[in-house]
Design a protein around this ligand. Structure first.
Ligand code: PRP
Ligand code: URA
Length: 220
């Protein structure tokens, strides 16, 4: 399957984005720096993924004259990080679009089966009216992403986009097969999954690296 030619699979290619993802992958990047990089990458990816947002015209006054100009309806946007690792990207999206709203979905992968386990879901009451952007740095098997979208649809969400930083071909294929209508933005498409369903070369465990929960060789 030629993944990036699939409709709605968008592999971003800005050199600065690639540069930052390389820094993120580096095992010597420490927790503070890692969190900062995730935030910056989210802003770069968000800028691209929000390119098609509708604008409405409002009247304002410049120091010179009155004029009618476009604005984004920020309250219509809802970013939904998948806990935990998605929280790092949520920081960036909040900076990119102050005044937007957030939902939260809690999922973790069972270590043996690699299947997602749900533990939390809190979404805005009017989720069906929102432009929803699900954010999670890692798309590995695709199980968590597919489950998160299923939960959103169950709550009535209609306009959904998924943004990740690093994806494995297996996850992209599974997600696109399940939800061909949902745009999937990817910062880097990696080689494959290993026997533990980690992305290769990937960056390791994104949640642990974001929050410093596992200290390996002075990664604090
Ligand atoms: C990571 C990541 C995704 C999921 C991807 O979360 O942030 O949510 O794995 O894997 P998948 O595509 O195979 O489902 P994890 O389960 O490690 O939870 P955490 O963020 O709380 O550490
Ligand atoms: N989750 C991660 O944090 N990293 C991977 O490589 C796969 C799933």
């Amino acid at each position: 399957m030629e993944l990036v030619n699939e409709k709605n699979v968008i592999l971003l290619d800005h050199p600065l984005l690639k540069h930052k993802i390389t820094q993120l992958r580096d095992k010597n990047t420490k927790t503070n720096q890692f969190r900062l990089m995730v935030k910056e990458i989210a802003i770069l990816e968000g800028y691209e993924a929000l390119r098609h947002l509708p604008v409405r015209m409002v009247e304002i006054e410049t120091p010179i004259e009155k004029t009618i100009q476009p604005v984004v309806d920020r309250k219509r946007l809802c970013f939904v990080p998948i806990l935990r690792a998605g929280l790092g990207m949520a920081d960036g999206m909040g900076d990119l679009v102050p005044g937007s709203t957030f939902g939260h979905i809690g999922l973790y992968r069972d270590e043996v089966t690699h299947q997602p386990v749900e533990y939390y879901c809190k979404l805005p009451d009017d989720i069906e009216e929102k432009e929803v952007f699900v954010i999670d740095p890692m798309l590995a098997t695709g199980g968590s992403a597919i489950d998160a979208v299923k939960m959103l649809k169950k709550h009535g969400a209609k306009n959904i986009t998924f943004i990740c930083i690093i994806a494995a071909p297996e996850g992209v294929e599974a997600f696109n097969k399940t939800y061909p209508e949902i745009p999937l933005y990817i910062g880097a498409l990696d080689r494959c999954l290993n026997e533990n369903a980690y992305i290769c070369p990937g960056l390791g465990d994104c949640g642990d690296r974001t929050f410093g929960t596992v200290v390996r060789g002075g990664n604090e």
